[in-house]
Design a protein around this ligand. Structure first.
Ligand code: TYD
Ligand code: MG
Length: 447
């Protein structure tokens, strides 16, 4: 019989486990971080022994009251949250350092001052935080701040002060005495998050955690917390650094498709209520290879402009580049154009760009991508007041898209006179629809 392991060695930085001591952790490379732990055999025995059964709850007997949401007063934020904050929820606001997480949450706190909010910061002093608040808000009103990193002390303060909203900036700087790992390690931030979750549910307060992610990914951070919290939001830069885009990645209380668009100004993040203006280049007139489409992120349709540049490959393998769009999807569409529309692109470089730097995932943009490429190849311009929407299948067929009517209506409001769209029965006043069945029909329209 194999011998029972009674001691293990664990890294206090990354929690990797080893069966012998080492000077350097093989997993994360930290020096002197490996500590010895004694496994308690009794605990395991205790866990194995029989326990009494619990009584279950009949879900049909639970009343179906609506969750009362707290509107934040920042409409771009409200929409992404799912129509406001839900009491007793734990939210995570993640993003790269310097993107504006603290600024957005400071604006939120200011907007909900009458709810007795508490701003906890472990990375900035009271003076630094005050400076930011002064920039965002001129009036002097009492605002509670706590500069602390010890989770137990923060929790005790919250239980005493009973705030309606708590911001913890950031979760990576906090540490709980319940965990032996170093501050900032995955184990630590997980323990801290669990404690805040418990606190939020028990006292019915909304707690927002700030989480930093690094430029190259999600080292030791928010990714490992996503399953614990109720909702996860990412604040990111548009590619040209002009705008900040807030996205819900997970949301127990709302849709994950919504996005909020902000502009960083000298006095905080300003809401961009009409993103259509942002993602198309209004100044530009007809340029070959430029096509306007309508995407829908969540409940809101808005315009994006797709630009394509097709040029002869100088030597070797043809290049395919995409910014703001999935490169694999681009490769697929190029194959469809070659095979189904009979346009040879095997000796052409193809570059795709979305204006305004938005990352687009909506399949309704497929046809616009294809047409942008075709227009650029033929060196022709698409009419500026013509919208292009439709999904493309591998057979070159133009497929139905979701919310077509909604998108077309929005397009007429924005002054579009015609649209190339999939076959459909919708008729829209003042909009001439060119309904096409296959990609090659679109090609014959151009030629
Ligand atoms: P910050 O919210 O501190 O970023 P994060 O908490 O995500 O690390 O702010 C980031 C940047 O925004 C910082 O470089 C300063 C700038 N900023 C403005 O341009 N205008 C403002 O009103 C504020 C408060 C900050
Ligand atoms: Mg910050």
């Amino acid at each position: 019989m194999s011998k029972k392991i009674t001691t293990i060695y664990s890294c206090s930085k990354c929690d990797a486990q080893f069966n012998k001591w080492e000077g350097r952790c093989n997993e994360c490379g930290a020096w002197g971080s490996i500590k010895k732990f004694q496994l308690d055999q009794h605990e395991r025995v205790k866990a194995d022994t029989r326990v009494d059964a619990l009584s279950t709850v009949d879900l049909s007997k639970i009343s179906n009251e609506n969750i009362k949401r707290q509107k934040t007063g920042i409409s771009e934020l409200d929409r992404v949250l799912g129509d406001g904050l839900v009491p007793g929820s734990l939210l995570l606001m993640a993003g790269e350092p310097g993107i504006g997480k603290s600024t957005l949450l400071a604006q939120l706190v200011i907007s909900l001052l009458d709810k007795n909010p508490l701003y906890v910061s472990g990375e900035e002093s009271a003076r630094q935080v005050k400076n930011r608040f002064d920039r965002l808000y001129q009036e002097k009103k009492p605002l509670k701040f706590l500069g602390e990193t010890n989770v137990e002390k923060i929790i005790a303060t919250i239980e005493k002060e009973k705030p309606g909203l708590v911001v913890i900036d950031s979760i990576q700087t906090t540490y709980s005495l319940l965990s032996d790992s170093d501050p900032g390690s995955i184990n630590q931030i997980r323990t801290a998050t669990m404690r805040f979750l418990e606190l939020a549910k028990k006292n019915n307060i909304t707690i927002i955690l700030v989480g930093h992610i690094t430029k190259d990914g999600n080292v030791a951070g928010p990714k490992s917390l996503e399953h614990i919290v109720d909702a996860v939001f990412y604040l990111e830069n548009s590619r040209n650094n002009q705008f900040r885009i807030l996205r819900a990645i997970k949301n127990r209380y709302g849709s994950v498709n919504e996005i909020g668009v902000f502009n960083m100004t000298g006095i905080g993040l300003a809401e961009m209520k009409n993103p259509s203006q942002v993602f198309i280049d209004e100044e530009q007139k007809d340029v070959p290879g430029s096509v306007v489409s309508m995407i829908q992120e969540g409940s809101r349709p808005f315009l994006v402009e797709i630009q394509a540049l097709v040029s002869k490959t100088a030597f070797g393998y043809p290049q395919r580049k995409a910014s703001g769009y999935d490169l694999n999807r681009l490769q697929v569409l190029i194959s469809v154009i070659s095979k189904r529309a009979g346009m040879n692109l095997s000796n052409q470089d193809v570059i795709i760009n979305t204006v305004g730097g938005l990352k687009v995932n909506d399949p309704a943009i497929d046809l616009a991508i294809c047409l942008a490429i075709i227009y650029s190849r033929l060196n022709q311009s698409s009419p500026r007041n013509q919208l292009v929407i439709g999904e493309i299948g591998l057979g070159g067929e133009v497929r139905q898209i979701s919310n077509l009517k909604n998108r077309l209506n929005e397009a007429t409001k924005l002054g579009f006179k015609s649209a190339i769209a999939p076959l459909n029965k919708t008729e829209i006043k003042n909009l001439k629809q060119i309904k096409i069945k296959e990609l090659k029909d679109a090609l014959s329209l151009i030629k």
